[in-house]
Write a protein that binds this ligand. Structure first.
Ligand SMILES: [Cu+2]
Length: 487
C-alpha cells in the first residue's frame, strides 16, 4: 500500500454533500479521503465481484414484512481468547437462505467468533492480517495496555501478524472487537469485520441471569449489498447508511424461542446508523446493562435508541406468550423489521425478572480538571483534524476529570473514549435529558446536534497512548479523533 496522504480539513469537509459513486467495495478509505474516485479493483484482493451500477434497495430488512422469507438467526461460534489464532481475511459467507456474499471476516465468520472470558483471565490472541491492506484489532470497551489497543500507529501490514496480550482487569460487560486502522476503519467494519466479546465475573454470575441458549448476542447493523449480493461500501462523509438491516450477519432473521426470559446482548455495529428498538407487541424491555456492564438496578423501557459502538443488555420475557406467537423486534427510526421471534416451545423455568440491586457502581466525583471537546464539522475535534503523530493532550493517571462534549452540528456523534470507562453526568441542549441506558459505566455516549454532554472519567488502568473519537466511522476516518497520553 502506498504511504498515507495528509488529510486537510478542507478536503474532508468539502465532501460533506458528496456521495461517492457506488459500488465501492474496492474503494479505499484513503482514496475517499483524497477525493478521488477510485476505479481500482485491487484494494481488497481477489474474489470481489465487479462493480454494480447502483445499490439495490434490499427491502428484505424492512417494510411490513408480510411475505418475507425469514432465515434462522446466525449465532457466531464462541471462542476463548486466552489462546486463539485470529485472522482477518476475505471470505464468502451465507447471509441467510443459502445466499452467499463476499465479506471481510474474522476466521471466516461474519460476525467474528464471540469471545467469552472471565475477569482475571489473560487474553492471548495471535492475529494475522489476511487482507491486502493494513489493519489493527481494537478491543472496544476493554481496558488494555496501549500496545494491545489496536491504535492506528500499531498497524499490522498485509501478511503480517501481531500478538494482542493483556490481562482482563475489569468487570463483566459486553465488549467487542473491530479494526482501527488510520482512515480505513469504516470500510473494514462495513465489509464485515467485527465480533462480540462477552466478559463475565463473579458478581454477574451470582445473579443467575439467563444463560446458554437463553443468552443471545445480537449484533445489529445496516449493510449495503451490490447486485451480486456482496457487501459493499460507499464512503460518505455524513456517514455510511446501508439499505437493509442484518442481525448477526443474517438477512431477515428469525429466532425460535421458548416461553422463557431471554437475555439479549445487543451491540450496534453499524457505521453511522442509529436504531430505535421496540417490540411490535408493545412488550417492554428490561434493561439491565450497557457498555460498562450491569446497571445498579433494572429499568423497564419500551423504546431504546442505540448508536454505533453502544451496547445494551436487555431481558425480554416470552413466558406469557402462547406457542405460535410471533413478536418482531423493530427499528422505529427506519421502520425496518430487525428480528422475528417465534415462540415455538412451552417450558417452565424457575426464576423471574431481576428485582433489587444488580450491581454496585461506585460514582466518580470531585473532578480536578475540566476539559472541553468540541466535535466540529465532520472531521475535527477542537478545530483539529486527527494527526497520528500529534499528542493532543495529557491526562494524569488516576485523576478524576470532567470532560464536556459539545457539537454545533453534523450529529449524530457517538463519542467513544479508549482506555477507561466514564459516567455520564448531564446532557443539556438537544434532547436535554439522560436516558436510563446512560447510567452506570459507559465508553460511548451519543452527542446529538446542539447538545452538551458531561462525563466523569478516570484513567486507572494503564499509562500510555489512547484515542478518543467519533464512532460514526466516516467521521473518525476523516479525522474526528484525538490522541492523548495517560501519564
Ligand atoms: Cu461524528
Amino acid at each position: 500500500m502506498s504511504a498515507k496522504q495528509p488529510v486537510t480539513q478542507a478536503t474532508a469537509d468539502q465532501k460533506e454533500l458528496e456521495v461517492l459513486p457506488s459500488p465501492s467495495a474496492h474503494l479505499t478509505r484513503r482514496t475517499f479521503l483524497q477525493g478521488v474516485v477510485a476505479s481500482s479493483l485491487a484494494a481488497l484482493g481477489a474474489g470481489w465481484s465487479s462493480a454494480a451500477l447502483a445499490a439495490k434497495p434490499g427491502g428484505g430488512g424492512g417494510g411490513g414484512g408480510g411475505t418475507v422469507t425469514r432465515n434462522p438467526l446466525k449465532i457466531p461460534p464462541a471462542a476463548s481468547p486466552t489462546s486463539y489464532a485470529l485472522q482477518a481475511a476475505p471470505a464468502t459467507v451465507d447471509i441467510g437462505g443459502g445466499k452467499l456474499s463476499n465479506v471481510l471476516a474474522y476466521n471466516g465468520f461474519f460476525p467474528g467468533p464471540t469471545f467469552r472470558a472471565n475477569t482475571g483471565d489473560s487474553v492471548n490472541v495471535q492475529f494475522t492480517n489476511g487482507l491486502t491492506e493494513e489493519t489493527t484489532v481494537h478491543w472496544h470497551g476493554m481496558i488494555v495496555p496501549t500496545a494491545a489497543d489496536g491504535h492506528p500507529r500499531d498497524v499490522v501490514m498485509p501478511g503480517g501478524s501481531y500478538s494482542y496480550q493483556y490481562p482482563i482487569i475489569q468487570r463483566a460487560a459486553l465488549n467487542w472487537y473491530h479494526p482501527h486502522p488510520h482512515m480505513m476503519t469504516g470500510e473494514q467494519v462495513a465489509l464485515g469485520l467485527a465480533g462480540a466479546f462477552i466478559l463475565n465475573d463473579a458478581e454477574e454470575a451470582a445473579l443467575g441471569l439467563p444463560s446458554g441458549a437463553y443468552e443471545v448476542p445480537l449484533i445489529i447493523r445496516d449493510v449495503k449489498l451490490d447486485r451480486a449480493g456482496n457487501l459493499t461500501y460507499n464512503a460518505k462523509s455524513s456517514g455510511f447508511l446501508g439499505d437493509i438491516a442484518m442481525v448477526n450477519g443474517t438477512r431477515d432473521p428469525k429466532l425460535d424461542v421458548d416461553t422463557a426470559i431471554y437475555r439479549f446482548r445487543v451491540l450496534c455495529g453499524s457505521n453511522a446508523r442509529l436504531f430505535k428498538l421496540a417490540l411490535n407487541n408493545g412488550a417492554q424491555f428490561t434493561l439491565i446493562g450497557n457498555d460498562g456492564g450491569l446497571l445498579e438496578t433494572a429499568a423497564t423501557i419500551g423504546q431504546i435508541e442505540i448508536s454505533p459502538g453502544e451496547r445494551f443488555d436487555l431481558l425480554v420475557d416470552f413466558r406469557n406468550l402462547a406457542v405460535g406467537t410471533k413478536v418482531m423486534l423493530q427499528d422505529l427510526n427506519s421502520g425496518w423489521n430487525l428480528l422475528e421471534f417465534n415462540v415455538t416451545r412451552q417450558v417452565s423455568i424457575a426464576g423471574g425478572l431481576p428485582t433489587g440491586t444488580l450491581s454496585s457502581v461506585t460514582p466518580l466525583s470531585n473532578p480536578v480538571v475540566t476539559r472541553e471537546f468540541s466535535f466540529d464539522g465532520m472531521s475535527r475535534i477542537n478545530g483539529k483534524v486527527y494527526d497520528i503523530n500529534r499528542i493532543d493532550f495529557q491526562v494524569p493517571f488516576g485523576q478524576t476529570e470532567l470532560w464536556r462534549f459539545t457539537t454545533g452540528g453534523n450529529a449524530p456523534h457517538p463519542v467513544h473514549v479508549h482506555g477507561a470507562s466514564f459516567q455520564v453526568q448531564s446532557r443539556s441542549g438537544g434532547r436535554g435529558v439522560l436516558f436510563p441506558w446512560e447510567s452506570g459505566w459507559k465508553d460511548t455516549v451519543l452527542l446529538q446536534d446542539g447538545e452538551t454532554v458531561e462525563v466523569l472519567i478516570r484513567f486507572d488502568g494503564y499509562r500510555g497512548l489512547y484515542v478518543m473519537h467519533c464512532h460514526k466511522l466516516e467521521h473518525e476516518d476523516m479525522g474526528m479523533m484525538a490522541n492523548f497520553e495517560v501519564i
